[in-house]
Write a protein that binds this ligand. Structure first.
Ligand code: 3PG
Length: 211
């Protein structure tokens, strides 16, 4: 099967869980719990010493899922994520260094933006799937709606402070592809290895895409 485009990967789930993992030992079981709940795309953030090992374990446990690595801040982070098998990268922002690394490698990449100027800069680098961050801390779904007129070719993935009651307003917008959030995997459920509880939350997240 040909590799999916970033747009195709993001469209696989209405909600993209954002995962901070401190123990790679549980990563495979966690990935399986999410997939069992209908989630097909998720992001592991590169913010812990175990994140790279966790991503590798998840790729092995759930080859059917699209798994990205987030919080990529430098070209070296991009290299590390690709080496670990990440299928796409995510960043809270975009720098010339990151953009050059992406262009050199053709790595599917979702950089963060929060202003029209940042959207224009990302578009100038050929990037048209963008993370709107911090969505709830900034202007929420109204901002994404306002961008549709000026940037009809851009798709947004909002993240940051989004909880279930906020989600329908985002997904109602044609220029919003998926909504990111950490709520699908609460730290205490992960600590307790409550896979059934996490699958139930994944089912709740997947149901946002139901007709
Ligand atoms: C992140 O990158 O950590 C996300 O924006 C997660 O936001 P949330 O924890 O508020 O869902």
């Amino acid at each position: 099967m040909a590799a999916l485009t970033l747009r195709e990967m993001l469209a696989r789930s209405p909600v993209m869980p954002i995962l901070t993992l401190h123990d790679a030992q549980v990563a495979g079981d966690l990935a399986q719990a999410l997939v069992k709940g209908g989630i097909k795309v998720f992001e592991v953030v590169m913010r812990t010493p175990q994140s790279v090992a966790a991503l590798r374990a998840m790729r092995e446990a759930t080859p059917e899922a699209s798994i990205g690595m987030g919080t990529l801040l430098t070209a070296e982070d991009v290299h590390t994520a690709r080496q670990a098998g990440a299928q796409f990268g995510v960043s809270p922002g975009l720098t010339p260094e990151l953009a050059a690394a992406i262009q050199a490698t053709q790595f599917p990449f979702l950089p963060g933006v929060a202003t029209a100027s940042e959207v224009m800069q990302a578009r100038a680098w050929g990037l048209k799937e963008l993370k709107y961050f911090p969505a709830q801390g900034a202007h929420g779904a109204a901002w994404i709606k306002d961008m549709s007129g000026v940037f009809p070719d851009v798709l947004f993935c909002p993240t940051g402070g989004i909880r279930p009651p906020d989600i329908p307003a985002y997904l109602a917008l044609p220029n919003c592809c998926t909504v990111g959030g950490s709520w699908v995997v609460p730290p205490e459920r992960l600590k307790d290895r409550d896979w059934a509880g996490i699958t139930a939350l994944a089912q709740q997240a997947s149901a946002f895409g139901a007709p």
